[in-house]
Design a binder for this molecule. Sequence first.
Ligand SMILES: [Zn+2]
Length: 248
Amino acid sequence: MSHPLATSVDWFEEGQWPALRCGLCGRGRLSVEGDERTSEDGQSERLHSHEAWEPEWISGTFSATLQCTDPECADRAECVGEWRVDYASRSRHGEQYANHFKIRAVWPSPVLIDLPDGTPDQVRDLVKSAAAILWLDPSSAANRLRTSIEHLLTAQHVNRQKRAPNKKLHKHSLHERIDLFRARRPDVAEQLEAVKWIGNEGSHEEGLSVDQVLAGAEHLEHALDLLYDPAPATLKARARKINKRRGL
Ligand SMILES: [Zn+2]
């Protein structure tokens, strides 16, 4: 199992763009329009005069315009990132070298989590803002997903505070709130706890990788589906009806 954005995490070769799902319509894929624009950095340029210079010393930045493949949407997004020249995985037009790219930002952001219709607005906003910084600052993106759980639990009427024996109000930790919710929905709580642990890692010094954020996103998406996707409940109810009537 891997997240649809998993192919966007590492370096990729020209002609092998990762399949980013359009964040505007949610249906189409973003495909590169024309050629990527590359810009060599100063250090790379100066190295050209070195006697041992090879094309794979070339590096810099790139930008590209992406367009949604859904004809009804056809919206565009801009992508920027790192660029380097390296050996081609297979010879293209007799060329030994190819451009290689690493994404740092895409705006408007592609889909990070497929949000079911009933998703609370604050959760929706935080997921979208996590998608915007996914490649630039994965640790902060994971923290935003973690914060969205607080809003999700509030929407599910899980208390934010408890009254201590001395009658003072104390704020529940996120973990305590997940535990309160566990009594009602153990299946969802298990998924939310995984998102919480990954988000905690986000505050650590060494930081998180994009892959780890994508794992957290998968667990949050599953939790949202369990809570807000009506399809399984509708199918269950219909099956029950059909079985009772012994037919449709
Ligand atoms: Zn689109």
